[in-house]
Design a protein. Structure first.
Length: 107
């Protein structure tokens, strides 16, 4: 069974993002330097694969679309929370009705 080392893979992605943020070219040499500087053993196959894959991607556009998806997901996540807030109001009304019923007994 294949084993994936996500922490190791994340190191390469973070290296690519750091290079991009610094305005540097994302290539094998740059990725290798950043990953080594982070104290991670460099896997040249992963470096080559990532450099090749990212050469065809507009990273700015990818980051913008990822941010847009996160913002669009936020209101959808708020929907169930709003419904959860409505339930206590219904329970409060039931409690108020019960107290009103008790008050009518005494007065």
């Amino acid at each position: 069974m294949a084993s994936f080392d996500f922490e190791m893979t994340d190191s390469y992605m973070y290296a690519a993002l750091a290079l991009h943020k610094a305005g540097k070219k994302i290539d094998e040499a740059g990725l290798t330097s950043v990953v080594k500087a982070a104290g991670v053993d460099v896997d040249t196959v992963k470096v080559k694969a990532l450099a090749s894959a990212l050469s065809e991607i507009n990273i700015d556009e990818a980051l913008k679309s990822a941010a847009t998806m996160a913002v669009a997901a936020a209101p959808a996540a708020a929907g169930p929370a709003a419904k959860a807030e409505e339930k206590p109001k219904v329970e409060e009304k039931k409690e108020e009705e019960a107290l009103a019923g008790l008050a009518s007994l005494f007065g």
